[in-house]
Design a protein around this ligand. Structure first.
Ligand code: 5RP
Length: 220
């Protein structure tokens, strides 16, 4: 179903485009398919990856990697999500790439999200990935606790200590009693929080949902 969504997203790619590339398994499929399309159709496309993972994959698939310095306004950003609600608010950051993902999504003229149907939820309800400056962690944890949130530093079985983001920061998964998008935007304005994984629906142009029987496009 991820493949169906990624395949559909490819239909929006045009010659000459600058494409923001998100991160995660659905985007990985998109990048492989994009590489094939660019080779077959001899398209002139440049990409701006949001993680080392996507960057390496893009290069291996023959895509020309660029940056926001050269192209501060990409034409289209394609990214996955961990949860999507009915209004098209998102939670992202399962892969810890949320900060660069939010920057590239916001910089781009269009932001299209590719998900399989398991990501659609009535209400956002998972822990929110948050990128935190290591220096500030103790303070951020305390402040979030005062505001009623529970902060869990992300770890991995493959590494001792906290997971470190591509930007050299900690990633925490923050439990909220309720994911109220506007409240999160207000409450998470804490010095030391670099970015959080709630992407408000205003950022999103459309969501492509891969289903067993084909792709569904949800617009706002
Ligand atoms: O936000 C992300 C990474 O930080 C991903 O887009 C999100 O985790 C979805 O990944 P997948 O396509 O593997 O389900």
């Amino acid at each position: 179903m991820k493949e169906i969504a990624a395949e559909k997203a490819l239909e929006f790619v045009e010659n000459g485009m600058i494409l923001g590339l998100g991160s995660g398994s659905t985007v990985r499929i998109f990048v492989e398919k994009l590489g094939e399309l660019v080779r077959k159709e001899r398209l002139k496309v440049e990409v701006i990856p949001t993680s080392y993972d996507t960057e390496i994959l893009a290069v291996k698939n023959g895509l020309k990697v660029s940056s926001l310095l050269e192209h501060p306004e990409p034409d289209l950003c394609v990214d996955g999500a961990d949860q999507v609600d009915r209004k098209l608010n998102l939670i992202k950051g399962g892969g810890g790439a949320l900060t660069r993902e939010k920057i590239v999504a916001e910089a781009s003229k269009k932001f299209y999200v590719v998900v399989d149907e398991s990501k659609l939820v009535e209400r956002l309800n998972m822990a929110i990935p948050v990128e935190i400056l290591p220096f500030a962690y103790g303070f951020v944890e305390r402040r979030l606790k005062e505001l009623g949130y529970n902060c869990n530093l992300r770890t991995s079985v493959r590494k001792l200590g906290p997971v470190i983001s591509d930007n050299g920061n900690y990633i925490a998964d923050v439990e909220a009693k309720e994911v109220d998008v506007e409240k999160i935007e207000r409450d998470f304005r804490v010095p030391g929080i670099i970015e959080h994984g709630v992407f408000p629906s205003e950022m999103v142009d459309l969501v492509i949902v891969g289903r067993r029987d084909g792709a569904e496009i949800i617009r706002k």
